[in-house]
Design a protein around this ligand. Sequence first.
Ligand SMILES: NC(=O)c1ccc[n+]([C@@H]2O[C@H](COP(=O)([O-])OP(=O)(O)OC[C@H]3O[C@@H](n4cnc5c(N)ncnc54)[C@H](OP(=O)(O)O)[C@@H]3O)[C@@H](O)[C@H]2O)c1
Length: 347
Amino acid sequence: MAAEKPSTMKAVQYDSYGGGAAGLKHVEVPIPSPKKNEALLKLEAAAINPVDWKIQKGMLRPFLPPRFPFTPVVESLLRLPTFLGVSVISDVAGEVVEVGSEVNSFKKGDKVVGLLSFPNGGGLADFAVTTVAAMAIRPPEVSLSEAAGLPTAGLTALQSLKAIGIKFDTPNKSSNILITAASGGVGHYAVQLAKYAGLHVTATCGARNIELVKSLGADEVVDYKTPEGAKLKSPSDKKYDGVIHCATNIPWSTFGPNLSSSGKVIDITPNFTTIAASILKRITFSKKKLIPLMLVPKSGEMEFLVNLVKEGKLKTVIDSVYPLSKAEEAWAKSISGHATGKIIIEI
Ligand SMILES: NC(=O)c1ccc[n+]([C@@H]2O[C@H](COP(=O)([O-])OP(=O)(O)OC[C@H]3O[C@@H](n4cnc5c(N)ncnc54)[C@H](OP(=O)(O)O)[C@@H]3O)[C@@H](O)[C@H]2O)c1
């Protein structure tokens, strides 16, 4: 039976920067209405990503308008701060309960998984509206938790491999890839996708996760807390043609000696130093490249990942599952930086 729509819903929100898990509040709010290009979802599961609490910390603050009122392009810029006081989280799995007049790709009753439109978020709630730009149907073979973990982390892993030049529709030439923080949300999908693409994978993680990362397919695994791990050296002394860099705070100088002559490092947590180094590599025509990457939501890629899970070729490692009433615990776990796989909220 299709999910019904009451007038108010439970949601978890924050209304100022900072505060961590203690800054989250449980509230009862009106259910949003979809615009003509949006769908209303009855949410069933959501996943927490580091970006969710980084936004709360104010780490995207420089991109907000400097002061208000701010007149030009009023609609979009004045809407940016509305994620304060609006429930956060963008990775969701749920059921379509209503669609706008311009939505043709989904209908009421469809089970879907995808990303809510950034920056409005809304995933820590009973219902959320979203554009359908990054949604895919969730088949019954793919559980709610497996599905909810996929959007941000899975798409980032897939797009990082593509940024190195890896193909998923034709065979690849043999390549040696390094994946840092391979036990994390992005890293554990990257290991599996790299093996699916036929690559040789070296991975870094903490000692406690070495067997897990090997079981995901990594050929060589290094404990990042050992001297060899800190240098990112391959145990078999292979140079890397590509690095999916999911850890943070590792300087470029650590990568350089380990790269093949045209090796590429995909940095998924770029900062000003990374961007400056990336520009320098371009203007000096260096064959070794540092490429900052930000996820671009794409429905086709979402469908590709969901199908791989359905076929048993990709799995979501679940760190932990919390009910919405314990969202603070899930939030704190993500902030700790020690998740293994994905942190899921069941709604
Ligand atoms: N560009 C984008 O669009 C995009 C998208 C998604 C994520 N990101 C960013 O990518 C980063 C990773 O995200 P995530 O969701 O994968 O994080 P995560 O799940 O929180 O990662 C946690 C894991 O990383 C491991 N780890 C931490 N430092 C490490 C190191 N130096 N070497 C090896 N392993 C290490 C931890 O192992 P231990 O517990 O053993 O320490 C833990 O298992 C975050 O900074 C996130 O903001 C960017």
